[in-house]
Design a protein. Sequence first.
Length: 310
Amino acid sequence: PDARPPHPQTPRILETQDSMDLEEIMGDISSFYDDSYNNDTFLDYDATPCHNRFCPLFQRVAPPFLAATCAAAALGTGALLVALTKRPQAWRWPRSRALVAQLALGTALFAALLPALATGVARGWHLGTGPCRLTHLLWHWSLFSQALLVASGSCGTAWARWDPRSRRLAVALWAVALLLATPAALVSGVEAGTSCVRRSVAILAPAYLLHLSLCLCLLLLLPAGLLLAALAVPRLRAIWAAGAGLIWLFLGLWGPYGAGLAGEFLLQAGLLEPTCGSFEHFDLALGLSQGLGVLHCGLGPLALLLAWRC
């Protein structure tokens, strides 16, 4: 049906049987785990129809993609652990055995969550709010711990050997990562009874603003700061020349997702005016950036193995 907004500059949704408001579309559909909406949505921006076709594509592609990535991660992580066990003396700083083993642990934790997420996308999430929040907590714990490990491995010789100092550092990094991941659990939840979404609160909710700030700091600001430091400090450039830059594959794959989260906030907070173009393409861009980040659990162990062999 055709309809006109009550105010010329205020777009509104043309109600259909399965339509929803723009905030739900931009928030929940762009969630990597949300499969609750199936139909196109038509908005009236000066009588121009806007179509969001991301959700049907996501429901077709996400389950096999997550399953294939999980299988690749299992094979790569298994091979990496075998290499660590069979030839421990071959792993030297900056790709030291202590650092690589912890990165493999973080990758394994991340990959172990993918089957549940793939099932939730394909068949709906029926485990309740508690398991949903626990999944997001563990997902971000793995993500943040790997970011901190990569940063610590690129800045010094802390992982050159496994001694009391490096053990204390490992405990501290994993504990801090768990603390930083807690807001992700608080803002996630179950929508429509069968969708485990990464954000079930308002875009300006304090818990979400804290979570967003942490993601931007670890996925965007931290890599940028380390890159500038490496360019300015000869000692850090030497670390990169020795091969530490290979484990930056992780941060490089997750950087676009951090930028996507920033764009989502600007759109939903009203700091950027939504248009048909942004509405039609933003969910796809955010979904692709998160899919690119997920690839780290399959590509990361492979890159470390190749670097070790070379």
